[in-house]
Design a binder for this molecule. Structure first.
Ligand code: SF4
Length: 344
């Protein structure tokens, strides 16, 4: 797959199971099969994890999954070599962990030879000493300068198959550092908000951090990081991209919060519709509103719509009334039938 330089923003997630536990890994990755996830990142903390990569790939291929595998390397640079030797499609490294620059050059040479991509990840926690002295703290300027410095290092080795990332626990610092970097480099950027928390607060933080950058045209691969199942990470990421008009697959469901005018069980109705159309890959807009005040207006802007009435609802197709009155117990089945029939 291709990242950056005008290609669609790629969605990635990261496994949380022990990498050497093949059964658990495959089970977890299967939860994002056909979900829109483009890349799977796997941590490689030790030799057993690196050696597990070919087995993971073979098991995934047997399940019909061909997502690129990204090996996430932290403290031990040698694991990056092992990961490449064991078939990783990409390695994510923190160049600050390579005390020996000659070894980093060896790794780049190996990646060049094997066609392996790299992510150069700069982190506020491991900023170079001279930049800390110059800027006083891991400021946005310091982080961007570090990333630009490492980009030059990699490019000087004649290597182009890489992206960069800049991470700080402080979302504002993070955003500004990425902005400064992007104003001085065309190198694709992986973006995300680290340690964002559980599903609800984490979704809010991720949405703010990621969408602020994407709206400025910054960011080529994205990971929403949450203390939640990885399928939720992918879902949230897709919703962010969809809201920004950067993800043209699947349904976009508009529903209202309901109020005293609503005389049908709208939450149950929306949940059923959402489930029934989850498999549709075609980009279609569906509105499900509780009453005739706003329902017809939203339906006019949608491909398919429901406007609720008293114990019933009207169905719309491309802004026109398709059936004026369908009883509440038949609404979902009639609506889904209409969608399946027309959204071919
Ligand atoms: Fe209330 Fe109707 Fe608006 Fe839903 S669409 S919130 S039911 S006024």
């Amino acid at each position: 797959m291709k990242i950056g330089y005008g290609h669609p923003v790629a969605i990635q997630t990261m496994t949380s199971e022990k990498t050497h536990d093949l059964g658990a890994m495959i089970k977890q990755i299967l939860t994002v099969k056909d979900s829109g996830c483009d890349l799977i990142r796997i941590s490689i903390p030790d030799e057993a994890s690196a050696l597990a990569l070919p087995k993971i790939r073979a098991a995934l291929e047997a399940e019909g999954i061909n997502m690129p595998l990204v090996a996430d390397i932290h403290f031990s640079p040698e694991m990056a070599f092992l990961a490449i030797e064991n078939g990783a499609d990409k390695v994510r490294i923190n160049p600050g962990n390579f005390k020996d620059h000659a070894r980093l050059k060896d790794l780049i040479a190996l990646a060049k030879k094997t066609g392996t991509a790299m992510r150069i990840g700069v982190n506020a926690g491991s900023l170079e000493r001279d930049l800390l002295e110059k800027h006083g703290h891991p400021t946005p300027e310091a982080l961007a300068e570090s990333a630009l410095r490492w980009v030059k290092f990699v490019e000087d080795e004649g290597f182009e198959n890489f992206c960069a990332s800049i991470k700080s626990e402080n979302a504002l610092v993070n955003t500004e550092a990425n902005r400064i970097f992007a104003s001085q480099s065309d190198v694709p950027l992986h973006i995300g908000v680290t340690h964002a928390g559980t599903l609800l607060p984490g979704t809010v933080k991720n949405t703010i951090g990621i969408s602020t950058l994407l709206q400025q045209g910054i960011g080529d691969t994205v990971r929403v990081s949450l203390t939640a199942p990885i399928a939720e990470e992918v879902q949230v990421c897709k919703y962010i991209l969809k809201a920004l008009g950067l993800y043209a697959h699947g349904t976009d469901i508009i529903s209202c919060p309901t109020c005293a005018r609503c005389e049908i069980d709208l939450p149950a109705l929306v949940a059923e519709v959402e489930k029934a159309v989850a498999h549709i890959k075609k980009p279609i807009r569906i509105s499900v509103l509780g009453c005739a005040v706003n329902g017809p207006g939203e339906a006019r802007e949608s491909d398919f719509g429901i406007a609720g009435g008293k114990g019933c609802g009207a169905l719309y197709y491309r802004g026109e009334v398709y059936k004026a009155r369908v009883s509440e117990d038949q609404l979902v089945s009639e609506f889904v039938k209409l969608i399946e029939e027309k959204a071919q």
